[in-house]
Design a protein around this ligand. Structure first.
Ligand SMILES: [Zn+2]
Length: 237
């Protein structure tokens, strides 16, 4: 039986009913969709056999948290990075340019795959030097970076269909979200969520919240949705 479509509140990060137990969250170091817990544990165990300590930096993220990130970036309180992860001077950007720049690295509230609990950002805790704070930047995950070996192993697992359903939605630059090798998604469930999220639901939601750059985002939402939300790698079959 195909999974039932998720409720709008789940799609938008406004429900936590789909998340794993507090005990599981503590053990995983993050909250995930309850159905994604066992597949993640299987992937982590496979990684452990290869000498990696596959660790979650970020799992579920709520609508309110994503809204706060968005508003702080739009206000210049959090760094907005260019495609090479260098800080931009937001004061020099027009509203549309600023919105597009934020979208390169941050989802619109309501449109983050982290809302679903199916998506997570990972690193190799064994390769992390003591005291080093993981930033999730390309230099860490590219070949030669401290987490490069983990990601090369993950590349092989995904290509050979032994990643327990996980894949990389932001595998390469498709002109929308920047490549994010650290971001994994559990396809069997994420695919159902991705199909259910529409520009109409997003528009109705954003119209009602206190969000910076709202006018330009609402105006260009169809284009933004195509370029930054729907524009991901195809899920594995
Ligand atoms: Zn992510």
């Amino acid at each position: 039986m195909p999974p039932t479509p998720p409720l709008p509140a789940v799609l938008l990060g406004r429900s936590e009913a789909h998340l794993c137990s507090a005990t599981d969250a503590e053990e995983l170091g993050a909250r995930l969709h309850r159905d994604a817990v066992e597949p993640f544990r299987a992937l982590r165990e496979a990684a452990r056999r290869e000498g990696f300590d596959l660790t979650i930096l970020s799992g579920f993220r709520s609508f309110e948290r994503q809204l706060s990130i968005w508003n702080r970036k739009a206000a210049g309180e959090l760094a907005v990075l260019d495609s090479d992860a260098r800080p931009l001077n937001v004061a020099t950007l027009e509203p549309r340019e600023l919105a597009l720049a934020i979208l390169r690295w941050s989802a619109l509230p309501g449109a983050s795959r982290h809302h679903w609990g199916t998506d997570l950002d990972v690193y190799d805790a064994r390769a992390k030097p003591k005291g080093y704070e993981v930033e999730l930047v390309p230099a860490e995950v590219n070949p030669g970076g401290m987490f490069g070996p983990l990601h090369e192993w993950l590349d092989a697992c995904i290509a050979e269909d032994r990643a327990f359903g996980f894949f990389r939605p932001y595998d390469r630059d498709r002109g929308g979200v920047a490549p994010e090798r650290w971001h994994l998604s559990w396809a069997p469930l994420a695919r159902v969520h991705a199909r259910s999220l529409t520009p109409t639901l997003l528009r109705e939601t954003l119209e009602r919240v206190d969000m910076r750059l709202k006018d330009v985002v609402i105006r260009d939402l169809d284009e933004i949705f195509e370029r930054f939300v729907a524009n991901t790698a195809p899920e594995p079959a």
